[in-house]
Design a protein around this ligand. Structure first.
Ligand SMILES: CC(C)(COP(=O)(O)OP(=O)(O)OC[C@H]1O[C@@H](n2cnc3c(N)ncnc32)[C@H](O)[C@@H]1OP(=O)(O)O)[C@@H](O)C(=O)NCCC(=O)NCCS
Length: 135
């Protein structure tokens, strides 16, 4: 069952993200997680197997669109539908808040994951994302 995670899950979530290759030295994953779980327009969804966290997805609604970050399933549990269920959970969470669209960014070096998203019905949005750090 997909559930909303809380501050007490920080350690296991960061281990999961690390194993999935999603953490980067310039981000603090623990802070990212804690900020998302305490905000009213964001959450981190998780799924457990025998009490162990095996998948998670950070979800946020910016008032216009829904965003998903850090989608990850533990290596030993991939190919069993957890990723699909987490994305479906993210869509349900966003729809309940009035979001009409969900989107996410995929790092160029992670091209292989595109086939997974295609299976779920996602299609490329031909935009370039620009950004700069504020910290
Ligand atoms: C991407 C990820 C979350 C997929 O999780 P998963 O639990 O293995 O995916 P599912 O089992 O729910 O797969 C759903 C569908 O996608 C397909 N699929 C899964 N991974 C795939 C892949 N690498 N290539 C092609 N198809 C894939 C499955 O066959 C399944 O198809 P079907 O249901 O139509 O038969 C997991 O591989 C992962 O954690 N990857 C590393 C982290 C990452 O890259 N996250 C995304 C950042 S943008």
């Amino acid at each position: 069952m997909i559930e909303e995670l809380g501050a007490g899950d920080a350690r296991s979530v960061v281990l999961l993200w690390d194993e999935a290759g999603l953490t980067r030295p310039w981000n603090n994953p623990r802070e990212d997680f804690l900020q998302a779980v305490k905000g009213s327009s964001s959450t981190v969804l998780g799924v457990r197997e025998d009490g162990i966290l095996v998948g998670s997805a950070m979800v946020g609604f910016d008032g216009h669109r829904g965003w998903v970050y850090y989608l990850s399933v533990a290596k030993a549990f991939r190919g069993q539908g957890y990723g699909r269920r987490l994305m479906s959970g993210a869509e349900t969470w966003l729809r309940a808040r009035g979001a009409k669209k969900v989107q996410f960014m995929v790092r160029r070096e992670n091209d292989e994951v595109i086939d997974f998203y295609t299976r779920l019905g996602y299609v490329p949005q031909y935009v370039q994302v620009l950004g700069r750090r504020l910290d």
